[in-house]
Design a protein around this ligand. Structure first.
Ligand code: PMV
Length: 333
């Protein structure tokens, strides 16, 4: 098989700072990219064959271009990459042979946006390897369409925007508004609950609540949106006390929506007890991660609390990481 050309691209994971769930209904949220990246290598070949290798595939997934073009379903463990490839083929009106392999800096870190990152990195690499130049808006739209196809339903796209643009962004209404926020200093601790959550299940639970109690849920969403808007100047000023308080209010709303758990509540309470100025779920809830805002002086005590509790683990990452990019010096994953 002849290799025509090869490109490595990467995209960052994310943390939701404020506004989860309400963002699915068109309200704003604040999301920051983290420096845990997914990398994707795309090698174009001159055979009409597709091979996808990911950290979770035992055997590479292999099929013909023709079969993948016609496929209505793809295996779960290569879903985002395979659907991204199909979207890109549709967009560029071609089908071509490729070998794709993915690698990730995420280890036991569910909830940090690896699905959206792998989607964005795949499309970035596909565009580069075929000489197609995509605007950030096109990259966002193609990637968001892929994620919507993969999840068959409601997704706000905030994680896709974060992977495309990086930094910290204010995101609203399926990407109708995306603007950067200049965050001053945000000493966040990321703590994984040890429980993997199902975003579709939790989004479904909120949808049912919204159908049953539309006015109450609308009020909660408006409350969350107000916190998001009030948090913007506080992030720009680095007002940790007030930001912490807004995080606690946001957590209260998430509790009211029924997406927190006893374990997450205990974790939030524990970090606050040991000195965090605020803490909340980051993402869908049900498990995955919480974030706690804690000045450096308080972080040791909180880290000890995390260590002493079975299943909890601290994830160290920097926020405001760069968005999707080509990695010109890398030739393999
Ligand atoms: O837990 P995650 O990273 O899948 O975040 C889900 C955030 C939601 O607002 C609940 C869903 C969405 O698509 O915005």
């Amino acid at each position: 098989m002849h290799m025509i050309s090869s490109v490595v691209a990467s995209a960052p994971g994310k943390l939701m700072l404020f506004g989860e769930h309400a963002v699915v209904y068109g309200h704003p949220c604040l999301v920051t990219a983290v420096n845990l990246r997914v990398s994707v290598q795309v090698t174009r070949t001159n055979q009409a064959q597709v091979t996808i290798t990911t950290p979770t595939t035992v055997e590479p997934f292999s099929t013909s271009v023709e079969a993948l073009v016609a496929a209505t379903t793809v295996p779960d463990n290569v879903k985002f990459v395979a659907l991204a490839l199909k979207k890109f083929w549709e967009f560029s009106d071609t089908g071509f042979g490729v070998e794709i392999s993915t690698g990730s800096e995420f280890v036991n870190a569910s909830g940090l946006g690896s699905s959206s990152a792998v989607t964005v990195a795949t499309i970035t690499a596909l565009a580069a390897v075929t000489g197609v130049s995509l605007t950030p808006t096109q990259l966002f739209q193609l990637s968001f369409d892929t994620v919507l196809a993969a999840q068959q339903g409601r997704a706000s796209g905030f994680d896709v925007a974060s992977a495309v643009y990086g930094g910290t962004i204010y995101y609203q209404n399926q990407g109708a508004e995306i603007r950067p926020v200049a965050v001053k200093d945000l000493p966040l601790m990321i703590i994984h609950s040890g429980v993997k959550a199902s975003t579709p299940q939790l989004v479904g639970r909120v949808a049912r609540l919204q159908q049953q109690y539309p006015q109450h849920v609308a009020r909660i969403f408006r409350g969350i949106a107000a916190l998001v808007n009030d948090a913007v100047p506080l992030l720009e000023q680095g007002d940790l006390e007030s930001l912490g308080q807004l995080m606690n209010f946001n957590q209260g709303y998430l509790n009211a929506l029924g997406v927190s758990t006893g374990r997450l509540d205990g974790l939030v309470a524990g970090t606050i007890k040991y000195g965090a100025s605020g803490a909340k779920i980051s993402g869908a809830g049900g498990g995955d991660c919480i974030i706690a805002l804690a000045a450096p002086a308080a972080q040791n005590k909180i880290a000890r609390f995390v260590q002493q509790n079975v299943g909890l683990s601290r994830i160290t990452a920097e926020i405001g990481a760069a968005g999707a990019r080509i990695e010109p010096n890398r030739t393999e994953i």
